[in-house]
Design a protein. Structure first.
Length: 275
């Protein structure tokens, strides 16, 4: 029994969401994503990876799924030619403290009212809600591109959300691009979460931010159910770390091919929605 893992995981499981949000804002203990630590790099990564798929953001209406509270990425995509960016998040509120630093650079996109920085005009749009709700889907309308980074591993109802996100695409030219982190987010133990039975994980260890424990083939199946073209790229594999815990991993997480079972991070490009 790995007490060095279990104890911090249990604490994280019972930690109030408000405290977690505060810690993330302070960048203390819990590691924030690249959109927070280096938003310019996040935008450039999107541009570079989309280019490999012969897809440009120029003139495109883009949905950023799970934008994380900061407007940097949305503003950056607009600065690189997007026609409109919609920022969608169910849980995160705008981080006005850090968004305020963008006011001078993007005066045509942002404004501050009563101490709160929000998008102004129609080019940058903020929607707070669940993409599974018809009202939210109607508010989003039809888009050319759906993007996310380290969001998919945290969501429930992966298949239903993928279907909903596919439904807002302008077919047949629309596309999805998602970076997905398959590691346990207690990064010192990237595969440890796979060693626990579902009941134990959900009842005692799953963090309040949720980790669905989907693996490479689970995501492939989820996207192939709604898209005719799905390309999954393995962006990181950790065979050495996988071998350390392979004998303890629950059988439902093992396909028998170490090249697949040891996958740590992937990117998904999907297009040609199934009607």
């Amino acid at each position: 029994m790995n007490i060095a893992y279990i104890l911090p995981r249990f604490v994280r499981h019972i930690f109030p969401d408000a405290w977690v949000k505060f810690i993330l804002e302070q960048r203390f203990i819990i590691k924030p994503g690249i959109e927070t630590t280096n938003p310019d790099a996040a935008v450039q990564n999107y541009l570079n990876q989309l280019k490999k798929h012969q897809f440009s953001v120029t003139g495109k209406k883009i949905l950023v799924f799970g934008y994380g509270g900061r407007f940097d990425v949305g503003c950056g995509l607009l600065a690189n030619g997007a026609s409109q960016v919609i920022l969608l998040d169910l849980f995160t509120n705008p981080d006005s403290q850090r968004n305020r630093a963008l006011l001078e650079q993007y005066p045509n996109l942002l404004e501050e009212k009563n101490g709160i920085v929000l998008p102004s005009g129609e080019k940058l749009v903020l929607i707070e809600g669940n993409i599974l709700d018809k009202e939210v889907q109607n508010a989003v309308g039809k888009v050319d591109l759906v993007l996310s980074n380290s969001v998919y591993e945290h969501i429930d109802q992966v298949e239903n959300i993928t279907q909903a996100l596919a439904s807002v695409l302008l077919t047949p030219l629309g596309a999805h691009y998602h970076n997905i982190d398959l590691r346990d987010h207690f990064f010192k133990y990237p595969f440890e979460m796979l060693t626990f039975k579902e009941k134990i994980w959900v009842r005692w260890l799953n963090p309040s931010s949720n980790h669905n424990r989907y693996r490479y083939n689970d995501y492939r199946n989820a996207f192939e159910a709604y898209f005719n073209h799905v390309q999954i790229t393995i962006t990181e594999s950790l065979p050495g770390e996988f071998q350390k815990v392979k004998s303890k991993i629950q059988p439902e997480f093992i396909v028998g091919d170490d090249n697949i079972d040891a996958v740590a991070q992937i990117s998904v490009f999907a297009c040609d929605v199934k009607l």
